[in-house]
Design a protein around this ligand. Structure first.
Ligand SMILES: [Zn+2]
Length: 68
């Protein structure tokens, strides 16, 4: 699944923190989100970018919260 922020609908390539992270790991912003973004949901490709994660109240779960 192609990663997309479930809230603002931005792609990793449009979000500075993932562009920078991808450069450090020498990969693509999409791949960086799949590998490193804790809110990434592999079932549907959704994640919450930092801005949206804060805006929705920084949800957490003992099993690891992922974007619905
Ligand atoms: Zn977002």
């Amino acid at each position: 699944m192609k990663p997309i922020c479930a809230y603002c609908k931005k792609l990793p390539a449009e979000i500075e923190e993932y562009i920078e992270g991808a450069e450090q790991l020498e990969t693509t912003p999409d791949d960086y989100v799949r590998r490193e973004e804790g809110t990434f949901n592999p079932a549907n490709g959704h994640f919450a970018c930092t801005e949206c994660y804060i805006a929705i109240g920084m949800p957490s779960s003992p099993t690891g919260w992922v974007a619905p």
